[in-house]
Design a protein around this ligand. Structure first.
Ligand code: ZN
Length: 289
């Protein structure tokens, strides 16, 4: 099942994407069980099961316009936690040792936006960069969960572009969160796929990113140093992961910073990305107004 949110920013309607491309509202299904959106309350209870059984019964309901904007498939969560240097090919390419335990950093949740929204280059930025990533959305709250139990706390997966302003990230006194948190720096979606759509742990999915049609990143989630169960378990030892929280699991080689000289984004560029089973997204790059 693929969960979507459709409509203007801040006023999205929850729905599902069918295999034939139709978008069907789940607003009535949610209303009947006292829910309103794909948020903490939704992911924390058994609401997703109610939607799944409605879906299995034919998913009849109001159709949403096919050309309307897609929002983030998750309403603003409590946390966006990211993982650094988590790809074998990326570590090898940069000559860095693989980390002994996951490197974590945060991204402001206000950076979240729709998958095809414009990427706004921050004021004064000269080093805005791309990072195709697999994002994990938490279902039931997780605190000190074991690796064996971790996947039971995953509601689903989504495509994410972890946009990064490298100067703000690395040359402004720390921490990385400064370069990761600008508005529009976290396009998520097009949809949240439940685990059955991607083989349970999303462990072998091709992923790619192009800039102006030129391939920049091409890898697979099979290159993850720390897999999904290990990440959820590890992070839950340091904080409570609430329902709807997003973990972005790291990017493969081919980011702009890795070129010599680096290649950074400028207004007019077009960034496209995808992960097998999780759809594609596209961001037009624009200057800050
Ligand atoms: Zn990243």
């Amino acid at each position: 099942m693929k969960l979507i949110r459709v409509g203007d920013a801040g006023n999205e309607t929850p729905g599902v994407l069918l295999d034939d491309g139709r978008r069907v509202s789940t607003a009535a299904v949610l209303d009947a069980i006292g829910q309103r959106d794909y948020d903490e309350a939704f992911f924390g209870g058994d609401a997703i099961d109610a939607v799944a059984s409605w879906f299995a019964d034919g998913a009849s309901g109001e159709e949403l316009p096919a050309d309307a904007r897609l929002g983030s498939p998750v309403a603003r969560p409590s946390k966006l936690i990211c993982v650094g240097l988590n790809f074998r090919d990326h570590a090898a390419e940069t000559g860095q040792a693989e980390p002994e335990e996951p490197i974590l950093f945060g991204k402001a949740t206000t950076a979240l936006c729709g998958p095809d929204d414009d990427l706004v280059i921050p004021r004064g930025s000269t080093a805005t960069d791309w990072e195709v990533e697999l994002a994990v959305v938490i279902g039931h709250a997780a605190r000190h969960v074991s690796m064996d139990d971790a996947l039971g706390h995953v509601a689903g997966y989504a495509l994410h572009n972890d946009y990064s302003e490298r100067h703000h990230q690395m040359e402004r006194g720390g921490q990385w969160i400064k370069g990761k948190s600008h508005d529009t720096f976290a396009p998520l979606g097009p949809f949240l796929a439940t685990p059955d759509e991607v083989g349970g742990d999303a462990g072998d999915l091709a992923m790619w990113l192009t800039v102006n049609g030129e391939t920049r990143q091409q890898s697979s989630t099979n290159q993850l140093i720390f897999g999904i169960a290990e990440l959820v378990s590890h992070i839950s030892d340091f904080m409570t992961l609430l329902p709807g929280d997003v973990i972005s699991t790291g990017t493969p080689g081919g980011v702009g910073l890795s070129f010599d000289p680096p290649i950074y984004l400028k207004p007019g560029d077009v960034v496209e990305l995808g992960i097998d089973g999780l759809g594609t997204s596209r961001q037009n790059v624009v200057a800050a107004s």
